[in-house]
Design a protein around this ligand. Structure first.
Ligand code: BES
Ligand code: ZN
Length: 455
């Protein structure tokens, strides 16, 4: 192991350069024009794994390719499945970036670029740690299987087919994913729960084209007015979501878990200040942490209607649309609730409008067993790399594959985030601390040793 640690020390600059090269590829999975870039990113990752000495494959899907790689020469030692994603969110709004999103820049101890933390930087820590083991020691103490996909940011719709088709090949003892965050600077975390999600797009169609609001206004339904009413009906005055059946299957929060959340260092005012607000909002009866990690929500992510250009324009718009997602907790069923949401909106659609409701994707929430030998291994690796023991947390984001791995392969996942929630993931000026990146690689390398000694 010492040779691995020394190798990592000696190759820090190279590791950072590899990340920068990957960050220069604008692999935005949501945007069709970036399809060739997405493929280039997949090939880059495959090439890294191949040159480290793994057997690799670029697997075609109906969407973006999946990188599969394996090294299975550790006999009956544990097998670890490492998942990550090489796709990124759109970089918009572009004018808010200090340096361009696909021109990685190091300043103030951080590397700035879209995907720096989510998930190219974090995913690469595992690729680089496995490469370090193979280059420094000539072997690993575990078997590894990498699944690096290019559609995580758009719901992982084509991944399930691959996982189902390769069930036997993917058999493993534990999965490891670094696509979450530390709890705070210098407070690393093991994340044992994630929220699920459901996503849809709603469009209200009104008149056949935009109309003069003086001539026609008041006599026909304005789809923009109508859509905002529908949206307003999604919550009551207590912050409770009004979709029928929404809370039926929600697993209540145990008193012990509420206590463990409350024991984490947290200053509400600092939390609000960190995102530039002076007050919070949410479901009555729950703390901000509970609302984010363990209670379901419903949010509009995008809203469009009518004239958006300069100056006034007096029209009744022909249509209005919204992108809506709900974050879900165990045991809510995304597909059942998508249906329920569609029916709820349809039932309230006023005469003179037609509702178009498009289901997009969904995955359930997840909570792992907190007391497994793998959790202990992760705890030891993080303690050694970060110099401090990790806290146990849940997170509010979603990683669809986690539920599928459990359901399809019966495999639990260790969620080990090396970044910070303040790294601006999905926002302008995304970054990762260079120190966190290197500590992440070291923690990953140590984890392979810890798991390898658990045979
Ligand atoms: N890395 C995030 C998820 C995340 C971030 C979890 C921080 C916990 C803390 C991931 O890439 C992501 O954003 N996922 C999407 C999934 C969705 C599109 C299905 C999300 O949560 O919005
Ligand atoms: Zn991610």
């Amino acid at each position: 192991m010492q040779t691995v640690t020394q190798f990592l020390q000696a190759h820090q600059t190279e590791a950072l350069e590899t990340l920068k090269a990957l960050l220069r590829i604008p692999s935005v999975s949501a945007i069709t024009a970036h399809k060739p870039d997405v493929r280039r990113a997949a090939e880059f990752v495959r090439e890294q794994l191949a040159s480290a000495g793994l057997t690799t494959e670029l697997v075609e899907t109906d969407g973006h390719p999946i990188v599969y790689a394996e090294w299975l020469k550790a006999g009956d030692a544990p097998t670890v499945l490492i998942y990550g994603h090489y796709d990124v969110q759109p970089p918009d709004p572009l004018d808010k970036w200090v340096t361009p999103p696909f021109e990685p820049d190091v300043r103030d101890g951080c590397l700035w670029a879209r995907g720096a933390t989510d998930d190219k930087g974090q995913m690469l820590t595992h690729v680089l740690s496995v490469a370090a083991w193979l280059k420094a020691e000539g072997r690993l103490l575990i078997n590894v299987k990498f699944v690096i996909e290019g559609e995580e940011e758009v719901g992982s719709e084509n991944l399930d087919k691959f996982l189902a088709a390769r069930r036997d090949q993917l058999r493993s003892d534990i999965a490891v994913i670094s696509d979450t965050s530390q709890y705070a600077p210098n407070i690393p975390a093991i994340t044992y729960g994630l929220r699920g999600i459901l996503a849809c797009e709603v469009r209200l169609h009104g008149p056949k084209q935009d109309l003069h609001s003086g001539i026609f206004g008041g006599a026909i339904t304005n789809p923009a007015n109508a859509l905002t009413r529908l949206i307003a009906s999604l919550h009551d005055a207590h912050g409770r979501v009004q979709i029928p059946g929404f809370y039926d299957d929600v697993l209540p929060l145990a008193a012990a878990e509420r206590a463990s959340f409350a024991a984490l260092p947290f200053k509400e005012a600092d939390f609000f200040a960190s995102v530039g607000v002076t007050a919070g909002w949410g479901e009555e009866g729950f703390t901000s942490t509970e609302r984010r990690w363990a209670r379901p929500t419903c949010d509009v992510n995008g809203l469009a209607a009518g004239y958006q250009g300069e100056g006034p324009k007096t029209i009744i718009p022909a249509w209005a649309s919204a992108k809506i997602t709900c974050r879900l907790v165990p045991d809510q069923d995304p597909h059942k609730l998508l249906k329920s949401l569609g029916q709820f909106l349809q039932a309230q659609t006023p005469p003179g409008c037609r509702l178009e409701f498009a289901e997009q994707h969904g995955c359930p929430g997840f909570v792992a067993d907190r007391n497994s030998p793998f959790m202990e291994a992760a705890n030891a690796a993080i303690r050694e790399a970060f110099g401090v023991a990790p806290v146990m947390i849940r997170e509010g984001g979603s990683i669809p594959v986690v539920g599928t791995l459990k359901e399809l392969l019966g495999v639990d996942t260790l969620l080990l985030g090396w970044g910070q929630n303040t790294d601006n993931l999905h926002s302008p000026n995304e970054h990762i601390s260079v120190a966190d990146f290197h500590r992440g690689i070291l923690a990953s390398a140590l984890l392979w040793k810890e798991i390898g000694s658990k045979r």
